[in-house]
Ligand binder design. Structure first.
Ligand code: NAP
Length: 244
């Protein structure tokens, strides 16, 4: 594999994004670590990534801010080069049962998780196509999109939207050799799940344990590889056998 392949990972300062950044750096990719507000965590991640990939760097932007995404991403592409791959990993949850859900909880989750896909991909796709890059786009959905989850009407809707967008984009880009696939994690040990009482959950997970961020990272690593060049438009679950 060429050692110069650039990969943008949104939300790479912690959790699944961080594990993915480290895994991909170990495999020779140049990593662009995006975060929104956790600067110190992004700096710590960069230090770990640089051990394997010295040209890697941080690119701060808020995925829900369309103008900022356009400006910062286009500037990075113009000055430092086209991306080979994008991992649309950044996401948030603001759980509440629907009758008491607040407008802001709905809007923030939809605008970040689903709006973020549009905002981040828009400045990337045209340069990828015009430079004939046979690249890779990986989106992050969730088990909550596939089977629903109480208290997550907003999150499930956004994550189901990501699946639809993934499949349609895969069809549009297939003839150009660009693959678009979606990873749907089950319950993974990160900040997002730290307040969930996991003992009860473990009982209903067939494998009787919570997943590790590295177990998502390894699938993303495979989907980015040359070996995965004929896989597109797929949703692949990593969930220890759990269906809610
Ligand atoms: P996490 O530990 O909460 O980390 C979220 C990451 O996203 C952080 O790096 C955060 O950066 C970034 N982020 C949040 N809002 C952002 C914004 N507006 N702009 C740019 N970056 C932003 O989450 P995770 O558990 O690793 O989840 C990663 C992805 O997997 C998400 O899409 C999530 O929905 C999905 N997922 C997770 C699980 C799970 O069990 N953990 C299950 C299914 C799906 P800052 O700290 O700077 O905001």
């Amino acid at each position: 594999m060429e050692k110069t392949k650039r990969i943008l990972i949104t939300g790479a300062s912690r959790g699944i994004g961080k594990a993915t950044a480290i895994k991909l750096a170990q495999n020779g990719y140049e990593i662009i670590i995006n975060y929104n507000s956790g600067k110190n965590q992004a700096i710590e991640t960069l230090a770990e990534v640089k051990v394997f990939s010295s040209k890697s760097k941080i690119l701060q932007f808020d995925i829900k801010n369309r103008e900022e995404c356009q400006k910062v991403i286009s500037n990075d592409i113009d000055n430092n080069g086209i991306y080979y791959g994008i991992v649309l990993n950044a996401g948030i949850a603001k759980d509440n049962i629907f009758p008491t859900m607040e407008d802001k909880e709905w809007d923030d989750v939809i605008q970040t998780n689903l709006g973020g896909l549009y905002n981040v991909l828009k400045p990337i796709i045209m340069p990828m196509i015009s430079n004939r890059i046979k690249g890779r786009i990986i989106t992050l959905s969730s088990i909550a999109a596939l089977s629903g989850n109480k208290g997550q009407v907003n999150y499930s809707a956004a994550k189901a939207g990501i699946i639809g967008a993934t499949k349609s984009l895969a069809l549009e880009l297939a003839k150009r050799g660009i693959t678009v696939n979606c990873v749907a994690p089950g319950i993974i040990e990160t900040d997002m799940t730290k307040n969930i009482p996991t003992e009860d959950l473990k009982k209903i997970i067939p494998m009787k344990r919570i997943g590790k961020p590295e177990e998502i990272a390894s699938l993303i690593n495979y989907l980015l590889s040359e070996e995965a060049s004929y896989i597109t438009g797929q949703v692949i679950s990593v969930n220890g056998g759990l269906y809610l």
